[in-house]
Design a protein. Structure first.
Length: 292
């Protein structure tokens, strides 16, 4: 069963997305009784040396004032949900490139979950959130404004889908919501080489057999996870996931992705990327650890 046993890192921008990131992070930290770190990333302006050294002190004073203002704003946002001086919560102000700093902090504190925002209307976060998902060693939650709905777990029946279904079942129980599981499949074209090449579709008998096999796999997942129902959708995966999440509606989509090392960590996968960009609700991406 999915459990968060290590600290939660909430990475906050001081825009409209901050409220939902903090709210969901506080709820999960309280439920799992783990420490919450709330961080805000500042651009390291001091790394750029001015041409005239006498300006360095003036820049340092301005930067210190800017940092103090940002910390005060962060404290006010967090204090609306939890008292950092009393609760199991710590504020962090760090410097650097946003996604790399967040991943670095998560590794330093041994985070069990990273929570980031969906971005504001002026500055979308999708590119940053995708980079965090690619490089993070732990699950990542993209927090969007909550609506009353269900939890939707996406599965392709591969190994990475197993922890995703477990995480979805755990979150559905924590939220007191129904769990639905979706599997999407494409009808595969084939080529008939007789009398010239001709493209067609899978024969009816084979297609029926395939549908029965897929339905049996899905029913097994539904029973094992004690989900409300399974959704077998025909067509590309990400439109099916997005459509189902909107129609149910869902307030959380949970997906699995391969855990990789080295350069292969760059390959998040087109389905996960499109769902992260297009979902109207929060998305939790669960990584399957792997050394390959």
């Amino acid at each position: 069963m999915f459990q968060v046993t290590q600290p939660i890192l909430a990475a906050v921008r001081l825009d409209e997305s901050a409220t939902e990131v903090i709210r969901q992070s506080v709820d999960m930290a309280r439920h799992y009784t783990v420490k919450l770190y709330v961080c805000h990333i500042l651009h390291d302006m001091m790394s750029v040396r001015p041409l005239f050294p006498q300006l360095q002190l003036d820049n340092a004073l301005k930067f210190a004032e800017f940092e103090a203002t940002a910390r005060a704003m962060l404290l006010a946002r967090v204090a609306a949900f939890i008292n950092p001086e009393v609760g199991n919560c710590e504020l962090l102000m760090e410097y650097g490139t946003e996604h790399s700093a967040i991943v670095r902090i998560a590794e330093q504190i041994g985070a069990g979950l990273i929570v980031v925002g969906h971005g504001s209307q002026e500055s979308k976060l999708s590119g940053i959130s995708e980079r965090i998902v690619r490089y993070a060693h732990c699950p990542v939650l993209i927090a969007r404004p909550a609506i009353k709905g269900c939890v939707l777990a996406a599965t392709d029946f591969s190994d990475p889908a197993t922890p995703a279904i477990e995480a979805a079942a755990s979150e559905a129980a924590r939220r007191g919501e129904d769990l639905n599981i979706i599997h999407a499949f494409d009808v595969v074209p084939y080529v008939v080489p007789q009398y010239g090449e001709m493209t067609g579709y899978m024969p009816v008998d084979s297609s029926d057999a395939m549908l029965r096999a897929l339905q049996e796999r899905l029913d097994s997942c539904v029973a094992q996870a004690r989900a409300k129902r399974g959704i077998l959708a025909s067509g590309p995966a990400y439109p099916a996931i997005l459509d189902s999440s909107a129609n149910l509606p869902a307030d959380l989509v949970v997906m699995g992705t391969h855990g990789r090392s080295g350069l292969s960590r760059l390959a998040l996968g087109s389905v996960a990327e499109e769902v992260l960009r297009g979902a109207h609700c929060s998305v939790l991406v669960v990584r399957l650890n792997s050394s390959t």
